[in-house]
Design a protein around this ligand. Structure first.
Ligand code: COI
Length: 366
């Protein structure tokens, strides 16, 4: 069955949360703790392809205990943001790039792809239904979470023959504060996130679940997140829990950015790609080059590495202040957000909030 784009969405209007309560929630959003009134769902079955596309009230899913996603982890997801623009419009940040990544994740998990136009139509349908949930304050956003799960009721150990695509949305707090709090990163040496040939490059639920034990270790060591090393040598830096990493090197010609290459074991972040392009635009040379944990430490100690930051949709750009491992700990720069990190963050936000022209064609108005 080939999947042709252009799903027709059936609509059922939700009883909205009262406007006053919504305003209270929008004034102080958290992350992932409040949801808008509607959700989108689309079903897939081997013989029917994609069908039964709906925009309806946000509601719990009713699933049989033998639903395959519960047992064998066939789940993939995306995370992207919509912003309120000064002209009163709403805009999605790079939704087609998220659609394409979703469609790289799904086949890796032996799941069906959703035509890009249908993915975009689902996002637009939710934003149209719940446009009043997009917070207006700079820094705030509406976080969209599309996901795909295996819904066939069966205990066989094989790819499912039925799937559910769903999309929910949630107002989100600023990805940064006026004074961004630099992260402390815990260098995971006992556990690995991804090995060559594995699922590290895709956004499947298991990559996250499998990382939490190291995140617990990080928290026990007063750290905010984990920095993952390569599986083979446990020397090369890959990514920080759920985010990509960048380093700022000091050269005689000025600052230069460096980030681990997409080796197949780390996620090709949309924010990572945006920073690579913004860096060039702002005049910073940038290299996708491996860096070992030892060289990171040495570079920080001798002043060649002056800043580091993590980046991703949810967190935008967050400075790294310290790196901690079982044996050692070192500060990055002076342990606070450096000038290159701050400049990149401002440049990204200015595009997202419509303060500067969208040179890259990243914003899709809805
Ligand atoms: C995102 O940045 O959107 C992510 O997917 C990270 C998430 C696990 C909160």
């Amino acid at each position: 069955m080939t999947d042709v784009a252009a799903l027709e969405f059936a609509w059922e209007r939700a009883e909205p949360i009262p406007a006053e309560r919504r305003q209270e929630l929008l004034a102080l959003p958290g992350f992932g703790d409040t949801y808008s009134d509607h959700m989108v769902t689309v079903r897939w079955q081997a013989e029917l392809g994609w069908h039964d596309a709906r925009v309806g009230p946000l509601a719990p899913l009713s699933l049989h205990p033998a639903t395959m996603a519960f047992h064998y982890g066939q789940t993939v997801f995306e995370g992207l943001k919509a912003f309120w623009r000064p002209n009163g419009q709403r805009a999605l940040f790079r939704p087609a790039d998220h659609a394409r990544r979703f469609n790289r994740s799904a086949p890796r998990m032996a799941m069906p792809t959703l035509p890009e136009e249908d993915f975009l139509a689902a996002l637009e349908a939710l934003l149209r239904a719940d446009g009043t949930w997009v917070p207006r304050a700079r820094g705030h956003s509406f976080y969209l979470r599309p996901f795909l799960i295996a819904t066939e009721t069966h205990l066989s150990n094989r790819p499912a023959e039925e799937y559910l695509f769903a999309l929910i949305g949630s107002p989100a707090r600023p990805a940064f504060a006026a004074e961004p709090k630099p992260m402390r990163l815990w260098a995971a040496t006992e556990y690995i996130r991804a090995a060559p040939g594995g699922t590290g490059a895709v956004k499947c639920g298991g990559n996250y679940g499998g990382s939490y034990i190291a995140q617990q270790q990080a928290a026990a060591n007063d750290c905010d997140q984990v920095v993952w090393l390569d599986a083979r040598e446990r020397r090369y830096i890959e990514e920080a829990g759920g985010s990509n990493l960048f380093f700022v090197e000091s050269t005689t010609d000025g600052p230069r950015l460096r980030t681990p290459p997409l080796s197949g074991t780390l996620l090709a972040g949309v924010t990572r790609d945006s920073i690579l392009r913004l860096a060039g635009w702002l005049g910073y040379p940038v290299a996708e080059e491996p860096l070992t944990l030892d060289k990171w430490e040495q570079g920080c100690r001798d002043g060649r590495i002056t800043e580091a930051f993590a980046c991703g949709t949810a967190r935008a750009i967050t400075p790294v202040g310290h790196v901690v491992s079982a044996q050692r700990e070192w500060p990055v720069g002076n342990g606070t957000a450096g000038p290159v990190t701050s400049r990149l963050l401002e440049a990204l936000l200015d595009i997202q909030y419509g303060r500067t022209p969208d040179e890259f064609g990243w914003m899709r108005l809805v």
